[in-house]
Design a protein around this ligand. Structure first.
Ligand code: GUN
Ligand code: FE
Length: 406
């Protein structure tokens, strides 16, 4: 057993950023008690642990839940900080698809993915929902890497068949399903308690109806989470309307395909109309808010308060490489700035507080990736998934978040 005594900072769900002096006991992976620090002697008797089990935090240190990145493209890290001069659809075609295509060479995956996972962990991201590429072999490398390095991860082989380069797409719906199912089996065979597969139709523009339906069924058969992009930019929404005119909206389309479940992570959701918002809330699908990305590729300002007022689950995503920073701390800062812009357009009630940003980065993210019953805050029975922050350490996350390139 280990007992940490000192400052804990977490979201309780009701209190978005609670700071307390506490004693937190961990046995194996699990939190077995969280009590006021003043009760340490009582706890020693009750749980029968020796003084040598106690870890006293210094006055410059605190424990907080590990950061959750609910939307990030591991395969786009080579482009971080580059190519932010075009809006989404042009950006995908000119820069992003060619970079992702290079993962057909397994050596690229073996070179890039370990550095991605290391960089995420250095930034305090203990949980991430990753998009890889369409390549089965390379996506296996990402899953195995996260498992080996001890990062909690959802890993998705990207599914896409149309409106993308001929040399960078799956060959058919059959191949897409076969390889996705093989990836699901492979991930399970790793026997890692931390890494799970996630079904990943890229977005409606690249996925024909029969593929989306089949992937919805596959996710339901294997009880998998699902991730995609939704209502990110106005041009994207127009194109979806043209491709799928018989559906009342982009969100209704995903719903009809079986993709809008309580295990779904929908990135962006900048431009949802009221009916779409209602549907998303009803289905309990989560939203990954990616403010850095939304600014860089000119997608728009997402009104996060509007989502929260409708009881939609919201977490933060770095969305590298449309977002230029792999740090969730950066995502918190951008989320606050974007909410100030939204506040100027609407009222100050639409502005997020720093405590709300902290909640989105931890428990909010855990809810979006459907792991809130095991991580996200310090509650008895949950796993001890935490980071130790020392504000006086020369290499604290406050300093390193923009360091190092891949
Ligand atoms: N929509 C479809 N693919 C992508 C992607 O790779 N990044 C972002 N930001 N949006 C997308
Ligand atoms: Fe994305």
């Amino acid at each position: 057993m280990k007992v940490f005594v000192g400052t804990l900072v977490h979201s309780t769900g009701e209190i978005f950023m609670q700071v307390r002096q506490a004693a937190l006991g961990v046995q194996g992976e699990k939190i077995i008690f969280v009590e006021d620090a003043a009760k340490l002697n009582e706890l020693k008797e009750k749980h029968n642990f020796p003084v040598s089990s106690i870890v006293n935090l210094t006055s410059s240190q605190f424990l907080m839940p590990g950061l959750v990145d609910s939307h990030v493209h591991a395969s786009q890290f080579p482009n971080i900080g580059l190519h932010m001069d075009l809006p989404l659809l042009e950006w995908l075609e000119k820069y992003t698809f060619p970079t992702e295509r290079s993962f057909s060479d397994l050596k690229v995956a073996q070179e890039v993915y370990p550095r991605v996972v290391d960089r995420m962990l250095r930034n305090g991201t203990t949980t991430a929902s990753y998009f890889a590429t369409v390549h089965l072999a390379a996506t296996k490398v990402l899953a195995a890497t996260a498992a080996a390095k001890g990062q909690r991860a959802l890993v998705g082989k990207v599914n896409m068949l149309m409106n993308c380069p001929e040399n960078y797409r799956e060959e058919s719906v059959e191949e897409s399903l076969r390889e996705t199912e093989e990836f699901i089996s492979y991930t399970k065979s790793l026997k890692s308690p931390l890494v799970q597969p996630i079904v990943t139709p890229r977005f409606a523009i690249t996925c024909p109806e029969n593929q989306m339906r089949a992937l919805g069924d596959l996710a339901s058969k294997h009880k998998c989470r699902i991730q995609s992009h939704l209502c990110e930019s106005k041009a994207e929404i127009e194109m979806v309307k043209k491709l799928f005119p018989e559906f009342p909206s982009y969100t209704h389309l995903y719903h009809a395909m079986g993709l809008l479940t309580d295990k779904a992570i929908m990135a962006h959701c900048v431009w949802l109309d009221d009916e779409e918002l209602q549907l998303l809330a009803e289905k309990r699908a989560g939203v990954s808010h990616c403010p850095n990305s939304n600014l860089n590729i000119l997608s728009g300002h997402c009104n996060v308060k509007r989502l929260l007022q409708h009881d939609v689950k919201v977490g933060l995503g770095t969305d590298c490489s449309a977002g230029y920073s792999p740090s969730v701390l950066d995502a918190m800062r951008r989320a606050l700035h974007v909410s100030c812009s939204v506040g100027m357009e609407h009222t100050k009630d639409h502005v997020l507080t720093p405590a709300e940003a902290f909640h989105l980065a931890t428990l909010g993210g855990a809810q979006v990736v459907s792991m809130d019953d095991c991580i996200g805050n310090f509650v008895v029975g949950k796993e001890f998934d935490a980071i130790l922050v020392d504000v006086e350490a020369p290499d604290s996350p406050l300093d390193i978040y923009e360091q190092a390139s891949i």
